[in-house]
Design a protein around this ligand. Structure first.
Ligand SMILES: Nc1ncnc2c1ncn2[C@@H]1O[C@H](COP(=O)(O)OP(=O)(O)OP(=O)(O)O)[C@@H](O)[C@H]1O
Length: 207
């Protein structure tokens, strides 16, 4: 379960998010659709605790993000930024993060194979193309076997075949997880879509 209650966010004098309410009661695949600059990344970062809202409350699996940091072990996050160490290989990175999480999940191993990442395990991250870095970051986000997966524009910059793979992976993950992704264009995947327009999230409730 994930719940945002009357969430507001302002940068300088501009309100980017205005009373966002979102309640997802069950597992599934959910998209946040909005044009460039509409606040999708800001909303996603609020959901994973990287940005604090000016007002409002966020709960993940019943845990209030302001009061308890234990929610972190249940979430997996893919952002635009590469969070892997450039000088380390893909394998070294994944092992490093797995050690930090105390977990190298089956789902991450599985997805790594599905994405064809195995052939780049001994490559340094700095030598990977954008799309392959993105695949590696996606696998990293799944290392802790998260119950809630938050993905900022997971399809952008990927080639056709990777987009198809990621579609299949998201569908599979969403069978027993909450998977939320942002997108600036209508998603080509069967999911529940929430529109973010001028800081307002429309119809933010799904059972
Ligand atoms: N740290 C910040 N300081 C000031 N303004 C910010 C900050 N982060 C985001 N913004 C502004 O908030 C607005 C929403 O940005 P955000 O990145 O959330 O939009 P987005 O929908 O994800 O955009 P895109 O589709 O282009 O990635 C933009 O006007 C952006 O300039």
């Amino acid at each position: 379960m994930i719940e945002l209650e009357d969430v507001w966010k302002r940068f300088k004098k501009e309100w980017i998010l205005k009373s966002v309410n979102l309640r997802l009661n069950g597992n599934g695949l959910f998209a946040i659709l909005g044009e460039n600059g509409s606040g999708k990344t800001t909303l996603l970062k609020i959901m994973c605790g990287l940005i604090k809202p000016n007002r409002g409350r966020v709960r993940i699996l019943g845990i209030d993000l302001r009061k308890d940091k234990s929610y972190k072990r249940y979430i997996g996050v893919l952002l635009h930024e590469n969070v892997l160490y450039e000088e380390l290989t893909v394998e070294e990175n994944l092992k490093f993060y797995a050690k930090a999480y105390g977990c190298y999940s089956e789902i991450a191993r599985n997805m790594s194979k599905r994405l064809g990442l195995d052939k780049y395990m001994s490559a340094k991250v700095k030598d990977l193309s954008f799309g392959w870095k993105k695949r590696a970051n996606l696998v990293r986000a799944l290392l802790n076997d998260p119950k809630v997966v938050l993905l900022d524009e997971p399809f952008s910059g990927l080639d056709e075949s990777a987009r198809i793979d990621v579609c299949e992976i998201l569908k599979e993950l969403s069978k027993d997880r909450i998977v939320i992704f942002t997108t600036p264009v209508s998603p080509e995947i069967d999911c529940k879509v929430f529109r973010l327009e001028k800081g307002v999230l429309h119809a933010g409730i799904a059972d």
